[in-house]
Ligand binder design. Structure first.
Ligand SMILES: *Cc1c(COP(=O)(O)O)cnc(C)c1O
Length: 394
């Protein structure tokens, strides 16, 4: 059996990737060198967007995407609760208030029909996540944003290479963020990217990833003399969120293979759907997709019927060596959020779809180096598991 099936995701690294990193290590620049610019250029060409700014990870990308909007403290940002915590943490980093909006159980994405009711005078942006690589209903969200004068931030950390109505994700929202963590579509170890069409946002993010620093040649006001070549200023409270040249070299090499990675994932998903067809006790939402959008297939998941105990299911699968998993815990359940936002136990009732999704979702392994045999094995295990659970019950 494939030992890597113990995790739900895994990187695909080949000799070409290793050579690319080795070459960067032998070059003059380990960071802030030509590989960074090259990766940004190739990534923006791939997406078809004006600006791509490489940063240390997807979380940093989100933080800077929110920060560059320069919203006043206490402004509200509407966000899905069914996501990795970083999607909402980036709002808190900026002293803004996350306002959760329930999801659509069919897509696990933010429900545009419920979004408008969350808008107040303080709302400044909507941050949506393309869950598992399924694009959100971006046209509906854009309409709402336009009507209420809100920014759109797309957390496309699951959806590198995804597309919506013929366009790549990354040029549709005001700002889009990507992650290159090893479980994501392509990897740089740790790494992230922000894309935007907006020149001002792009310039600010470039400064923010480098301490908010303004170099000598960009200074408008001279404080230390015209010939002070050493002069620099700090315009914003930035960070060190730079990505290294070794990582960008890996990113360039990985980007060449992105379409084959996505195709491989799509084939595995197709097989999962085929083998799960008619299996009782579960449903397979990923068998029903809108054909006009391109999925990047970050995750494969099933939903257990309400009578099937999720913990039992996961533990059975684990005992068979399959890294079935369950996420995301809706963010308003975390103690930090409950304390900071003063949420009570009743909060769950406001998000029935997110609660239902988390109570039923099982994520199954999906990564390009998996074989058809692996998928068959996992589906067989899932069937046995359902049978075993039902037998225990009766
Ligand atoms: C992975 C991920 C992030 C964070 O990316 P990192 O590179 O791990 O910091 C943010 N949002 C979502 C939805 C993610 O899946």
């Amino acid at each position: 059996m494939n030992p890597f099936l113990k995790s739900y995701g895994r990187q695909s690294i080949d000799e070409e990737d290793i050579q690319a990193v080795a070459e960067a290590l032998r070059s003059d620049f380990l960071t802030t060198g030509p590989k960074v610019e090259e990766f940004e250029k190739k990534f923006s060409e791939y997406i078809g967007c004006k600006h791509a700014i490489a940063v240390a990870n997807g979380t940093a990308a989100l933080e800077l995407a929110v920060q560059c909007l320069q919203l006043s403290p206490g402004s509200e940002v509407i966000v899905t609760p069914l996501t990795f915590m970083a999607s909402a943490n980036c709002i808190l980093y900026n002293n803004l208030k996350p306002v959760f909006c329930d999801i659509d159980i069919k897509t696990l994405n933010i429900n545009p029909e419920k979004t408008e009711a969350k808008i107040t005078k303080k709302t400044k942006a909507i941050l949506y996540v393309d869950f598992g690589g399924r694009p959100c209903e971006i046209d509906k969200l854009s309409k709402i944003a336009k009507k209420h004068n809100l920014y759109l931030i797309e957390d496309a950390c699951h959806a590198v290479g995804g597309g919506y109505h013929g366009k790549k994700l990354g040029c549709l929202a005001d700002l889009t963020t990507f992650s290159f963590h090893p479980v994501k579509t392509i990897t740089t170890g740790e790494g992230g990217m922000v894309t935007t069409e907006n020149d001002e946002f792009a310039e600010r993010i470039r400064m923010l990833r480098n301490h908010g620093m303004l170099k000598n040649d960009k200074l408008k006001l001279r404080k230390y003399g015209k010939d002070a070549f050493y002069e620099y200023d700090m315009a914003y409270l930035g960070r060190n969120y730079r990505l290294t040249d070794m990582q960008c070299a890996l990113g360039i090499s990985q980007l060449k293979k992105i379409e084959s990675f996505i195709e491989k994932r799509a084939k595995l998903v197709e097989l999962y759907n085929k083998l799960f067809k008619g299996v009782r006790g579960i449903s397979t939402p990923l068998a029903n997709i809108d054909k006009e959008n391109k999925y990047s297939w970050h995750l494969y998941y099933i939903l257990l019927d309400k009578g099937i105990n999720k913990n039992k299911f996961l533990n059975f699968m684990k005992s068979k060596g399959v890294g079935a998993h369950s996420f995301y815990i809706p963010i308003y359940n975390f103690s930090y959020y409950q304390e900071r936002l003063g949420l009570g136990k009743e909060i769950k009732k406001e998000y029935p779809a997110a609660e239902e999704a988390f109570s039923r979702i099982v994520i199954l392994p999906l990564f390009p180096s998996m074989s058809e045999e692996d998928v068959k094995y996992i589906v067989e295990c899932a069937k046995e598991t359902i049978k075993a659970i039902k037998e225990v019950r009766t």
